[in-house]
Every structure is written in structure tokens, then in C-alpha cells.
Design a protein around this ligand. Structure first.
Ligand code: AMP
Length: 565
């Protein structure tokens, strides 16, 4: 086995870790030169009978998963002709096949690209072309996804020149021109795997940035930097090898792949998967498998807490609940901790790398109101910088989070412009998120820089106002955005979903509530839109960009904004 100490990836548009940083992280022991499949094999070689994956249709031990992924890896090369560095787009529900295919790709240096089940033609075409993907692996009829994913790929394939193979997970015969996933799992004694020495300093997976602004960007993560985070996440969450962990959001999202699946495989635990991510399915899964560890997004926490049949489910097996991706409502933290006695990790996470979270045994007030500390405080380099990105913000003041280290990516894939804008020449990545380090040494999140509404020169942090409005008894959900204004530039506008049974809520009520809470008048929303549902991104986060488009259109229709604004 060669002793890799730097990237050997020959992928156009990929920004590797500089050699000296690879060497340093290896020398410091932060990187252990383990590939994804090495992590699986370590457990499989020692404890092959331990359960690796449960469900939804089969249960696999670590030994069985090891063997199946070896067969599949051989066929990716022998039957499909895939080569090291090739990309394969995954668009799959949470199922055991996802995990099998993920580790199989790792064995032969093929890079899975994490399209999400709710992405559609535009994103699928963009991502396939961005990565020059040779194959797409998608859901056939095995899991009822309520959407024709095979049809989606057939619609886009003429626009995707590099695409050679379409693979479907299907029980029915696959359509002509498609490869059945099961046929690639047939045993194979080819010797081909012997010729692969996958370099852990090379990309092992391509994550995608959240879709709140335009098309997703490619976020390559190396085996080394990702496995580093699996290890630290497992340690921070105190994952035990007899735990059952389960992804509550799509596995293709970093929250699940890194913090739940990766951390569990690192610890030799079991991962239970369920394609349907509705609260009742997740609660049924927890009860059925005795689920201990998961990462739902904040909306899912609320959906569980407010579920009409909550009492019918036994969720007492929960040990650690992680939540983040958007601001977690303190109330949800208190309720989860008080009801089920869980260790709560309030997490600030980005597919680009930063994972900052509270620890299971932190004080509940810390868990409810802060996102704690970086998962690897000694290794993660974290700064809060001023608006001009010129120097560190004064201690205790909010500023832009800026990171570098063994667990953070080194550049968006084929996106020179974005990289030039958000990386400096020392390799620091500027996240565009506003955080502050408080006196107790815990980080607090204020939102995206773009979440700052600038009203006639006054800065208003939208999430700060949202936190107050959500406490109103009539409000179930809220998003505050800047609506364009000719005179002031922007004015705050609140989109609100009302609690069930509430039919009316007025701007006057909102303003007097905010006044009672001591919120400065210039921060009060000047328009209220009561909506049935606030639009969401593929993983369920509030899609502020759609709201901005919507309000701009409304203002133009009402003649309050010029048509060409
Ligand atoms: P993603 O692209 O899905 O990885 O989302 C990353 C973004 O989600 C970050 O850049 C933040 O803007 C946001 N985010 C993540 N965690 C939190 C949190 N705990 N509170 C507020 N925003 C968050």
C-alpha cells in the first residue's frame, strides 16, 4: 500500500489540499489515511456479525455489507467500466442500497455525487454536467417515492453528454437502456479490486450546497477530511457500538451522511434507514428499532412535538438528538430534553465542513441558546472576522465565521469565481454566516450575512426578529425578509404560518406584540403576509429566495415598485 501524503487526484477544477497541509494533518494524527471503506472494513474484519444496516427491506451485518460492497465495486469496474475519479450521481431515498453503493464506490475511487430526492430536472442536469458524471443511480419502483425518478433521468439524458449508465433500484424489470442495481450486486470473483489503492487525500464524495440561492454548488470532500469529522462527531456524541442511529433527513445531505451515518460506522454502531421521513414514520422507526441517535432539522423537531398522535409512540430509547441546519427554537430543545432526557446537540453545520455544536452533557440553557464549540477544538481553526474581512472582530462581537483545518473543504468544484470571493490566499474559507463567541466560550448564530436587512442604513438581523415573533401564540412559523423599497433600500416583511385553528393575525397585532417585547420600531416588519405554507428547500429549510421573489412580484403588481426594479 503506497504511503499517500498528498492528493493525486487528476480531476479538472478540483482544488486539492496543499501538500504541506496534508503532511501536517497526517503528522498530527488528525488524518489517519483511512478511506470510507477502510472504516467499514475495520469493524467488519473484527466483528463481522455486528449489525451494520437495518431496513427498510433487509438487515446486513458488517461482514455482509463488506462482501456485498466488494461485489458491487468489482461490477462498477468490470461491467460498467468506471474508473478512479469518475463521478456517479446518486438520487436515492434513505435505504440500505444507498449505503452499499456509497461504500462500493469508495473501494474503486469512484466519487458519489449527492443529488437529493427532491431535486428536479434543472438541478439534476446542472449537477450531472458539472461533475461530468458517467452514471446515475436512482430509485425505481422498490421504494414508493411518489415521483417518477426514472422519468426525470430520461428527460435530462439528452442534455447530459457524459452520462453512460442509468442504474435503477427496482423490483420490476428496468426499462430498456437501464441497468438493474440488483444485477450489479451479483457475486463476482474478479480480481479487479486488487489493483485499486485509493488515496484518502483524494475526493471521496461530492456534496452539494443548499439550494437557497440558485443552483447547487459542488463540495468535494476527501476521505481523510470527512473521516476525520466522522471520528470527532462520534466522539462528541459519545456514540456507542450498541447504538442504533437513524438519518432523519436524506442521507445525501451532510447532516445525515457525516454526523449520523459516518459517525455510526466509525463507532461500529448500527444505522437504521427509512425512506419516508414524515414524523410518524420516524417515530415508528425509533420505536421499532430502539433508535438512540439522530439529526432532524428544527422543523422536524416541531413536527414531532406537535404531532397529534405523539403519545402513541415510545421514543424513550433516544439518547442523543442533534439538530441544526437552521436556527433551533429554544422551546424545542427544552421540550426534547425534559420529555425524553436526551443529550441535545444544537449544531451549526455546513456541507463545506464547519460543525460547531453543544455537547450532550452541556447545561440545557447552553443547548437551547447556543451552538457550543467546534467538534475538534484543537484542530479546527475558527475565527470571527469583521465586515471587511480584514481583521478579527473585537472579542464577544458578532462577525463572519471563517474557517480552515483538517475537516473543512478546500474549494467549490469548478467554481473559480466563488472560490476567489470566499477563500483567501492562506486557505481560510469565509462562510458568509454571522456568529459570535460568547463569554462562556460558546458560539451563537445570527444568520447569513444576507439575512441582514439594511433599512435605510440600519442593520436588522432577520433571525433575531423571527425568534421573537415565533413566541406569539398565533404563530406557528415565521420568516422575516427584506422587501425591496425605492427609498430605504429594504424594509422588513414577515411571512407567517398560523397555528391550527387561528384564522386571523394582523400587522397591528404583530407590531404591538413586538413593542411589548421591547423591539425597536425600525425593526418591526412593515408588511405581514399570512400564508398557508412557507416555501422550503429540498431538505426542508425555509427558502428565503422564493419569498423575496414572491414579495417583489406582489409589490410590482400593486404598483408599489417599478416593474424593472
Ligand atoms: P447546507 O448548505 O445545507 O450545508 O447549510 C449550511 C447553512 O445552514 C449554513 O451556512 C448556515 O447558514 C445554515 N445553518 C446551519 N446550521 C445552523 C444553525 N444552527 N442556525 C442557523 N443557521 C444554520
Amino acid at each position: 500500500m503506497p504511503d499517500f501524503t498528498s492528493s493525486t487526484a487528476d480531476i479538472d477544477g478540483y482544488v486539492p489540499f496543499p501538500d504541506e497541509r496534508c503532511e501536517q494533518y497526517l503528522a498530527d494524527g488528525y488524518w489517519q489515511n483511512l478511506t470510507f471503506h477502510d472504516v467499514l472494513d475495520r469493524v467488519a474484519d473484527q466483528q463481522p456479525d455486528r449489525t451494520a444496516v437495518i431496513g427498510p427491506l433487509r438487515e446486513l451485518t458488517y461482514g455482509e455489507l463488506q462482501t456485498r460492497t466488494q461485489h458491487l465495486a468489482r461490477r462498477l469496474v468490470d461491467d460498467l467500466g468506471l474508473e478512479e475519479g469518475d463521478m456517479v450521481v446518486f438520487q436515492l431515498p434513505n435505504c440500505s442500497e444507498f449505503i452499499e453503493a456509497f461504500f462500493a464506490c469508495s473501494r474503486v475511487g469512484v466519487v458519489p455525487v449527492m443529488l437529493l430526492p427532491r431535486h428536479r430536472q434543472a438541478e439534476a442536469t446542472h449537477v450531472t454536467n458539472l461533475t461530468d458524471a458517467k452514471a446515475i443511480l436512482t430509485a425505481g419502483d422498490r421504494y414508493q417515492m411518489g415521483f417518477d425518478h426514472i422519468g426525470l433521468i430520461e428527460d435530462i439524458e439528452d442534455d447530459c453528454e457524459t452520462l453512460e449508465h442509468k442504474i435503477a433500484i427496482s423490483d420490476a424489470d428496468v426499462p430498456e437502456g437501464w441497468v438493474a442495481f440488483d444485477s450489479l450486486c451479483e457475486p463476482s470473483d474478479s480480481e479487479v479490486l486488487g489493483s485499486f489503492e485509493v488515496n484518502p487525500c483524494n475526493p471521496g464524495v461530492m456534496l452539494l450546497s443548499g439550494g437557497t440561492t440558485g443552483m447547487p454548488k459542488g463540495i468535494p470532500r476527501t476521505h481523510n477530511d470527512y473521516v476525520f469529522q466522522w471520528e470527532y462527531m462520534a466522539e462528541v456524541s459519545e456514540v456507542e457500538d450498541d447504538w442504533v442511529a437513524f438519518p432523519s433527513v436524506p442521507i445525501g445531505h451532510n447532516a445525515s451522511l457525516n454526523c449520523i451515518v459516518g459517525a455510526s460506522f466509525w463507532a461500529g454502531a448500527t444505522v437504521a434507514v427509512e425512506p419516508n421521513l414524515k414524523p410518524e414514520s420516524l417515530m415508528a422507526l425509533i420505536e421499532a428499532v430502539g433508535g438512540n441517535y439522530t439529526l432532524p432539522i428544527p422543523t422536524q423537531l416541531i413536527d414531532i412535538l406537535e404531532h397529534p398522535n405523539l403519545e402513541e409512540y415510545d421514543l424513550s430509547s433516544l439518547e442523543v438528538v442533534v439538530s441544526g441546519g437552521q436556527k433551533v427554537r429554544p422551546k424545542a430543545v427544552y421540550e426534547f430534553v425534559e420529555r425524553w432526557g436526551v443529550g441535545f446537540e444544537n449544531i451549526f453545520g455546513m456541507a463545506e465542513g464547519p460543525l460547531i455544536c453543544t455537547r450532550p452533557d452541556d447545561d440545557i440553557d447552553v443547548q437551547a441558546h447556543t451552538v457550543g464549540r467546534p467538534i475538534a477544538p484543537d484542530a479546527d481553526e475558527v475565527r470571527i472576522v469583521d465586515e471587511r474581512r480584514e481583521s478579527d472582530a473585537p472579542a464577544g462581537e458578532a462577525g463572519e465565521l471563517c474557517v480552515r483545518g483538517p475537516g473543512f473543504f478546500t474549494g467549490y468544484f469548478r467554481h473559480e469565481e466563488e472560490n476567489a470571493e470566499n477563500f483567501d490566499d492562506q486557505g481560510w474559507f469565509y462562510t458568509e454566516d454571522v456568529l459570535k463567541l460568547n463569554e462562556e466560550g460558546n458560539y451563537e448564530v445570527f444568520g447569513r450575512m444576507k439575512d441582514t436587512i439594511i433599512r435605510g442604513g440600519e442593520n436588522i438581523y432577520a433571525p433575531g426578529i423571527e425568534d421573537v415573533i415565533i413566541e406569539h401564540e398565533s404563530v406557528q412559523n415565521v420568516a422575516v425578509i427584506g422587501m425591496p423599497d425605492e427609498r430605504l433600500g429594504e424594509r422588513p416583511c414577515a411571512f407567517v404560518e398560523l397555528e391550527p385553528g387561528i384564522d386571523e393575525f394582523t400587522l397591528e397585532e404583530l407590531s404591538s406584540f413586538l413593542e411589548d417585547q421591547g423591539i425597536a420600531v425600525f425593526k418591526h416588519p412593515e408588511r405581514l403576509e399570512v400564508v398557508r405554507e412557507i416555501p422550503r428547500t429540498e431538505v426542508g429549510k425555509i427558502a428565503k429566495i422564493s419569498l423575496e421573489e414572491q414579495i417583489t412580484q406582489t409589490l410590482q403588481d400593486e404598483g408599489k415598485l417599478p416593474a424593472d426594479y
